[in-house]
Design a protein around this ligand. Structure first.
Ligand code: ADP
Ligand code: MG
Ligand code: MG
Length: 877
């Protein structure tokens, strides 16, 4: 029989699927002997059942009652018992942490009677009891009953005036409770439920339901978390941080999530409960100051943090509460961190002997590396610095200030860069945060909602810039010195230093890029990147090549670690001053004129190849013969028509206009291009092959590979191959001749094609277009955002290779190709070659190399290393 409830003593950290992250880690801490309040977890399986069937499983009620009974026994109190109540929290907790996305209700079990019992229990602390009660109605009203939280906030503000919440006395809080109950009655037509068990039951359902709240759905889509996991629910005996100044609540990291440096990082708030710290209702104090306030708890906390780091072998974040000098642990998990911190922490843990270098490589990702390669501000010299907040999530962001999520989305939709400015963010701001370049808040610390979510998304964030007065209703903020910034004015925020500038600050290269460019590693971060890259390179099986068309790109690619060029496009060689020559080619009326035009192009082509072969210094260079439709090289139809209409046209213009009309295609991506051009225009491919051969003769050690685009049938390839082989033989140049696999038919007939090809290179951009039937330029603008919204795919198939569709064709072509020609060399040269997930796919599918743009090469190297290391992981398992 299914078991739907686990006591904290029964679980462990490996049960995240079932118990959620929070529950699994509460169990793990319990079993480590740490001070965790007792409690139990209702499994995500129960939630899945509830979401699917609309009702909880039959056995659940009984199991919960048994566990609650055991908890009451243990605590010596019954839930909501009038004279001496047990109170509990009901907390959501899914497998993947979804900060602020799900619901939690504290102080369950209070009602008009038990509130007196609680006061008595606390030695007559009426203020504490009524404060807890008003919190219950407020949280329950908002999250379980769905009442607008503003109504409670407003009532609280009215009573509070200019005072802090801690200044409210017992009498005022008691009155507030009546007001809150009135709000509940008014909004729901029913009384606030006084029965403790009913409170608990409703709260559990609300947590289950919150799985499908719009903001949770959006967050999952953004983070690519599967939609059908469901959430677990934790029922935890309450401990109270709001008993007075000997109590409080805090959050901490075992090391700095921004830089990875070891030390004490956290925020603490005296006389407060749970959410208060992250909600920014009062200003927190740095955790270090707790040592002065309560040395015993502080020391115990430090010991526990060390225990957790050694146990999890990673940075952990924690939530804790102190109730009258007694420390309680309420949550831990392996903490989110910035990209820079991820690299630094990984090598620190190696140096501490906690993890191996292999594991260190798997602890960082290509996405994080890519983030470190973003440019940063050049120090902001000459720009007006208007405030400094906390460096919550690194990077450099420039954009127009906007003060609401709606505006952020609206302006971003018009192609504007925006910075979302708020006093503090809440889960409803998620859409705005996604749309913005960066986020700036005036309240809240490094653990605030804005900071946590921005770090998770890799979005630049400065938080807690307290000098700023943000007025959302007036759509502006003020900064010291009389600075007023209204909506639409450009600001720049530096998530690495926390500084906010007025106007646009220019940006410079990152130190990680400088390192890849050849600079000696000096800062800790760069040293960490260096060590991890070396290890990844040693581990990887996949080769990494570059897509590069110019000697400059080729040289940069080599510095970044490219082992060759996987795609050298030749079309740019027909642009600029050489357009003229292409026009002559198109307008040629006979064989002779055509050959003359080709002869004129050849020396230019040769020069281009010489430069690239030199830059690659003996490494292979795959040259793709001309691919795009010829009309791309001709003047614009409209321009020509206007010229002709206004009488400004020359004879050549008139001829060109006729040619453009003749070459016009309804669907050029499926028209006269690639190998089809080579077969239709005699001498075109031959000219290119000759130029390659001549260049190869001039550059010692050059290793050209000739690649034919858009082949769909082996007969096409055979026809052009024969000519190419003859030219190469005549020139005495050794070069492989191969093909792109970018039409579905090529993939399906790869066995035949391999007879005529010495290598394959998957052109996954075209292949994706043709397999999906998407015209990329059209669909991305017109309906992709809708498809992403609807979850038809979690990520564009042009960004991450679609394993289920395109991937199957690739795998089939690899298998059939190698069957015909066992030593067939196989690579990929679409944009997917630099995408982390796609690199893993290429590794798994047995490709020899990936090829990507120069800036993605370090990412591909790292991911190829990670892919190889995760193989050997599973070998040892
Ligand atoms: P989240 O997932 O948003 O962090 P939590 O379930 O962790 O939500 O709870 C919100 C806040 O309430 C946290 O600060 C947590 O530490 C606090 N809290 C939760 N359960 C208890 C409890 N039993 N006693 C005291 N504080 C609690
Ligand atoms: Mg929490
Ligand atoms: Mg293509």
């Amino acid at each position: 029989m299914a078991k739907y409830v686990y006591d904290f003593t029964e679980g462990n950290r490996n049960l995240k699927d079932l118990l959620g992250g929070k529950g699994a880690n509460l169990a793990e801490m319990t079993n480590l002997g740490l001070p965790v309040p007792p409690g139990f977890t209702i499994t995500s399986e129960a939630c899945r059942h509830y979401l699917a069937e609309g009702a909880t499983p039959d056995a659940l009620e009984q199991e919960v009652a048994e566990h609650l009974g055991a908890l009451e026994e243990r605590m010596g109190r019954r839930l909501g018992q009038a004279d001496d109540p047990l109170l509990v929290s009901v907390r959501s907790g899914a497998k993947f942490s979804m900060p602020g996305m799900m619901e939690t209700v504290l102080n369950i079990g209070l009602n008009d009677e038990s509130v007196h019992g609680l006061a008595k229990q606390s030695g007559g602390n009426d203020r504490f009891a009524w404060d807890s009660y008003r919190r219950l109605i407020q949280m329950f009203g908002k999250t379980v009953l769905g009442i607008d939280g503003e109504l409670f906030e407003h009532a609280l503000e009215t009573v509070k005036g200019d005072r802090q919440d801690t200044d409210l006395g017992a009498g005022e809080l008691q009155t507030l409770v009546e007001t809150f109950k009135g709000i509940v009655r008014e909004q729901t037509g029913k009384d606030f439920p006084a029965d403790p068990r009913e409170q608990m039951r409703l709260a559990v359902m609300a947590v289950f339901d919150s799985w499908n709240a719009p903001r949770a759905i959006l967050y999952r889509r953004q983070e690519r978390i599967p939609a059908d996991l469901g959430t677990a629910v934790n029922i935890v005996a309450m401990v109270f941080g709001n008993c007075g100044n000997d109590s409080g609540t805090g959050v901490a990291f075992t090391r700095d999530p921004g830089t990875g440096r070891q030390g004490v990082y956290g925020d603490y708030l005296q006389n407060a409960q749970g959410e208060d710290v992250v909600a920014g209702i009062r200003n927190t104090i740095p955790l270090q100051e707790l040592e002065r306030l309560d040395k015993r708890s502080y020391d115990e906390l430090m010991t526990i943090m060390e225990t957790l780091e050694n146990h999890y072998r990673d940075l952990c974040d924690i939530e804790f509460t102190i109730e009258r000098g007694k420390l309680w642990m309420l949550q831990t998990r392996v903490g989110k961190r910035t990209a820079a911190a991820a690299f630094c922490i990984a090598v620190q843990l190696v140096d501490q002997g906690l993890i191996s270098m292999d594991e260190a490589v798997t602890r960082v990702t290509g996405d994080q590396l890519a983030m470190l390669m973003f440019p940063r501000f050049n120090g902001g010299a000459g720009k007006r610095r208007i405030a400094k907040g906390m460096n919550a999530s690194p990077g450099a962001a420039v954009g127009k200030a906007v003060f609401s999520s709606e505006r952020a989305v609206e302006l971003a939709g018009q192609g504007e860069n925006v910075i979302l400015v708020r006093r503090e963010t809440n889960p409803d701001d998620l859409v705005g945060m996604i749309a913005a370049q960066g986020v700036l808040t005036s309240r809240g610390g490094k653990t605030s909602h804005a900071a946590v979510v921005a770090r998770g998304m890799g979005k630049t964030c400065v938080c807690g810039a307290e000098e700023l007065e943000v007025s959302v209703s007036e759509r502006r903020f003020t900064a010291p010195g009389g600075v007023v910034v209204t909506e639409g004015e450009v600001i720049s925020i530096d998530g690495t230093s926390g500084v906010v500038y007025l106007g646009e600050v220019p940006v410079v290269d990152s130190s990680v890029v400088e390192y890849f460019e050849g600079a000696e590693p000096d800062e800790d971060l760069v040293k960490a990147v260096d060590r991890i890259m070396r290890h990844a390179d040693a581990a990887r099986r996949l080769g990494v090549r570059a897509n590069a068309d110019t000697p400059e790109d080729a040289a940069r690619a080599r510095r970044f670690g490219a082992e060759g060029i996987g795609l050298c496009r030749t079309e740019h060689m027909f642009l600029g001053e050489r357009r003229q020559l292409v026009e002559d080619l198109v307008l040629a009326t006979g064989a002779e004129e055509r050959q003359a035009a080709l002869d004129a192009l050849e020396p230019h082509q040769k020069e281009d190849f010489v430069g690239i072969f030199q830059a690659m210094d003996g490494r292979p260079v795959t040259v793709r013969l001309i691919d795009p439709p010829l009309h791309e090289f001709l003047p614009d139809l409209v321009d020509l028509s206007v010229k002709v209409a206004t009488g400004a046209a020359t004879d050549k213009d008139r001829a060109l206009l006729a040619a453009v009309r003749r070459l016009h295609e309804q669907n050029p991506m499926l028209g006269l291009r690639g190998v089809r051009l080579g077969l239709v225009i005699p001498g075109l491919f031959a000219m290119q092959v000759r130029a390659i051969a001549q260049a190869a003769r001039e550059v010692p050690g050059a290793r050209p590979e000739i690649m034919i685009p858009l082949v769909a049938a082996v007969q096409e390839l055979e026809a052009v191959r024969e000519e190419a082989v003859a030219i190469l033989a005549e020139a005495g140049v050794d070069a492989l001749v191969g093909t792109m696999i970018e039409t579905p038919r090529a993939a399906l007939t790869a066995g035949q094609i391999a007879e005529a090809a010495e290598f394959f290179s998957f052109g996954t951009n075209d292949l994706t277009q043709m397999v999906w039937g998407f015209s990329r330029d059209d669909v991305e603008a017109s309906f992709f955002s809708r498809y992403l919204e609807l979850g038809i795919f979690g990520v564009s198939p042009f960004e991450t290779l679609d394993r289920d569709g395109v991937g199957r064709l690739v795998a089939l072509a690899v298998a059939d190709g190698r069957r015909s020609r066992p030593d067939l060399k196989i690579g990929i040269c679409g944009e997917h070659g630099g995408d982390p997930d796609s690199v893993h796919f290429c590794h798994d599918t047995g490709l020899d190399y990936v090829s990507c743009s120069p800036f993605r090469i370090p990412v591909a190297r790292l991911e190829a290393g990670r892919a190889a290391l995760s193989d050997s992981d599973s070998d040892t398992r």
